[in-house]
Design a protein around this ligand. Structure first.
Ligand SMILES: *Cc1c(COP(=O)(O)O)cnc(C)c1O
Length: 399
């Protein structure tokens, strides 16, 4: 399903606009149509037109998105799912069996941790938690012969920690395990984990890829030539494809279309998210009600050098801590006007939230618990002066 527009020598935005998206052969429609159909006429039994048989197995709108994702991440094959967690679950069940072990980060999306801790655990998949920014801690958490997957999120949610993808790929591979990277926070525009040695990259496309807070989706891209030794050297792409069809948590045609439209503007949106985030970080650092600012673009951030090497820029996510503890943090979140109090991230509009009580409430009392005075920002693409003025009025009054 690759075409000339998937050529890796083409620039990112050229691929985002053209890979998998040749004009429709019937009408010439420039935009891939929404093929809102469950089934396809066969020309005699088994005579599939273009390989389409039933839309759980494949649908042309989804194929366009999947081809696009593979081109953007530089992988062998892309897959689109109904949500980021559906993508994660499918990949993990394609790779793991009862008795297997996974290393998971000590700072991660709460829902990812919940999947390991509350769902997969009951199916016999065990996990150990390691500080993902500490390569030695990850190495020590690996159980040779049992650890099949090292799971990485970078930058991490919500603490904006940085994992060294290339180093962790080496550590995982030495132990015979695969490295899976959740690239949601960076987006494929800012970070290319497969080029740094990861085996599989995945996204909650709900976030930057969709980019407009109007769709829930997930995507997976498998690197070229990845095989799974503990499944007789089967291709990882084939295993994910089999499980995508067998488990059925696919992206529907309309959602696929919405995510693909988002990808077309990903590069320009990310540049603006980064511009705005840098200015907001500068403002927060100068405010005396703020006790700490977490942003990998800051030279004093412990992961700054690694981030500089593996990211194009430092992204639109910012976290900070305030004077006065949890009560003040909660009030600041509630008293902004332009920043919308809400979960999720990566949309064009700016969002503010309190991880301890919202996105990360599910990790309270675990090793992944987050500081109670922490506020997380998803910096949007509004005029940055307005965003700063709004934060300033809340912080001036409350801290
Ligand atoms: C949101 C998110 C997910 C889960 O994706 P859904 O689309 O909500 O299922 C996974 N990882 C990260 C980093 C996320 O932010």
């Amino acid at each position: 399903m690759s075409d000339s527009s998937s050529d890796q020598t083409l620039g990112f935005s050229t691929r985002a606009l053209h890979a998998g998206q040749d004009p429709d052969p019937t009408t010439g429609a420039v935009v891939t149509p929404i093929y809102q159909t469950s089934t396809y006429k066969q020309d005699g039994i088994g005579g599939f037109r273009g390989g389409y048989e039933y839309s759980r197995s494949a649908n042309p709108t989804r194929t366009a998105l999947e081809t696009g994702f593979a081109a953007l991440e530089g992988g062998e094959r892309g897959f689109a799912f109904a949500s980021g967690l559906a993508a994660e679950d499918t990949v993990l069940r394609a790779l793991l069996s009862p008795g297997d072990h996974v290393v998971v980060p000590s700072d991660a999306y709460g829902g990812t941790y919940r999947l390991f801790n509350k769902v997969l655990k009951h199916w016999g998949v065990e996990h150990s938690i390691a500080a993902i920014a500490d390569n030695d801690a990850v190495r020590a958490a690996i159980q040779p012969g049992r650890t099949r997957v090292v799971w990485v999120e970078t930058p991490t949610n919500p603490m904006l920690g940085i994992a060294d993808i290339a180093a962790l790929a080496e550590i995982a591979h030495e132990a015979g395990a695969l490295l899976v990277v959740d690239n949601t926070f960076a987006s494929p525009y800012l970070q290319q984990p497969l080029a740094d040695g990861a085996d599989i990259v995945l996204h909650s496309t709900t976030k930057y890829c969709g980019g407009h807070s109007d769709v829930v989706g997930g995507a997976v891209v498998v690197a070229h030539g990845v095989t799974v030794p503990w499944f007789d050297g089967e291709s990882a792409s084939d295993r994910v494809a089999f499980h995508q069809n067998s488990m059925g948590a696919v992206a529907g045609p309309f959602d696929s279309w919405v995510v693909q439209r988002g990808l077309k503007t990903l590069a320009v949106r990310m540049e603006r998210h980064c511009d705005n985030a840098e200015k907001i970080v500068e403002f927060l650092q100068g405010h005396d009600g703020v006790t700490a600012v977490h942003y990998p673009g800051l030279p004093e951030h412990p992961g700054h050098e690694v981030a500089k090497r593996q990211m194009k820029r430092f992204g639109g996510m910012v976290a900070f801590r305030v004077k006065g503890g949890e009560d003040v943090a909660v009030k600041v979140c509630a008293e902004t006007q332009i920043w919308t109090l809400g979960e999720s991230l990566g949309g064009v509009e700016s969002l503010i939230e309190h991880p301890g009580r919202m996105t990360h409430a599910s990790v309270a009392g675990t090793e992944l618990e987050v500081p109670s005075d922490l506020i997380r920002l998803s910096v949007g693409i509004e005029d940055v002066e307005d965003l700063i003025a709004d934060l300033k009025q809340a912080l001036d009054r409350l801290t």
